[in-house]
Design a protein around this ligand. Sequence first.
Ligand code: ADP
Ligand code: MG
Length: 497
Amino acid sequence: MTSPRPTGSSVGTSTSWEVVIGLEVHAQIVSNSKLFSSASTQFAGPPNTQVSFVDGGFPGQLPTLNRFCVEQAVRTGLALDGQVHTVSSFDRKNYFYADLPTGYQISQFFHPIMTGGHLDIEFDHGESKRIRINRLHLEQDAGKSFHDQHPHKSYIDLNRAGVGLMEIVSEPDLSNAEEAILYLKKLRSLLRAIGSCNANMEEGNFRADVNISLRRPGGALGTRCEIKNVNSFKFIQQAIAYEIDRQKTLLEASQPVVQETRLYDPSLGETRSMRSKEEAHDYRYFPDPDLLPVILEPSWIEEVRASLPELPAAKQKRFMETYGLVYYEAHLLTEDVSVAHFFEDGIKHLDDPVAGPKLLSSWILGDFFAKLNKENLSIDASPVTPSMLAALISLITKEVISGRIAKEVFIHMWETQKDPLQIVELHNLVQIDDKSLIQETAEKVLADNPDMVAEYHQGRDKLFGFFVGQTIKQLGGKANPSLVNSILKTLLSADRN
Ligand code: ADP
Ligand code: MG
């Protein structure tokens, strides 16, 4: 762990500015029912079919806290290495909006369930920076308004009203768009690993508000703007770039940045003012009289901690130490739990515990991922299973086939789901290890190319690769490459004498 980078990116010309970013993430809890009612949380159900009287704000209805949602918030808080509080409570955040039938959102303002966590983001080559997390609190989601279904009517769908959210608030420790995106990806990977949130931006269950300001390097924090609900990494990047420019222009013209909530419009590539920033007192927060405080037993919190699965950061470290992978490989293999599981399932079936894992890693990240992407398949839907891929790797490490032939076998395996050895036999792809045959072929290649041999002897070392390639090609691509190499070396040095 290295210390944080000393400064953020400088965006000034004559005089430089430092960018300061803090993120508020709304992560929807994976649960069957809502935070305070038994209505279903199923995504994309017919409008207004998953609304209980509590969610609809009917008078006299009482909320009942969903224990499972509390547990998910505790798991997440612990995974973020925060302090989970034995006492937390719910408050009413009052505001009027059509998608909020009660006229208030139940949230945790005064006593959140967790404070003081952190997430370490990593740059290439493993350099890292700690981003502090101010708090994680539980709250309800609002319903959804549709303004584009009718020329002069708006529609409301309350299916989402009352679904449990975890709001995860970072300290303003991020210094540019790259860091903001690394943070969000890291958080997404963590939430998915523990299963508390699907963290799918397109389905709207992982939404980020971006707070951004500029300041003189090392100076006091500047006035921030908050960009609401930017729903893709690309738009977050664009919104930040636009906002940096806008604020810089204002500041350099000695004009104030107004603290406000802004909206990013992807079609224009601009942010525009939505409303001036409300202060906490505008919401007239007060403790919700319908709900008791949440009291957690310390021993239960410890049980939950002990039951957490291995987290991505720990997995990444273990992959590097156990399998000799470099940071980049371990990072890509552990970002998504299903990929990590695929890799470790494959490991179990390998023949060579030393060379195998590295080769398996590069196959997964290379040909295998390329094929999944091309076919637009998730790893769980892959026709090639971990044991099949491991069997292919074992054929390479046992020198039955070359890496080059393995690419061909892989394609057959993908299409037919046949065992790789069966494919090798069926297509007669077994590696040629016959030294005299290789020698004969290599001699012929050299004899056919006297000019190149001469050039090679004059110092064009690169031509060696050409001779190797030609020899392998003449043997139908099946010649053992290391034998071809050594035989050609011997022939060429004998030739020189
Ligand atoms: P509010 O509740 O009004 O949104 P908070 O103080 O809770 O305000 O901060 C919300 C987010 O804004 C946090 O992620 C925080 O890190 C970030 N933030 C606070 N001050 C600044 C600033 N000057 N520049 C950029 N981000 C900031
Ligand atoms: Mg806010």
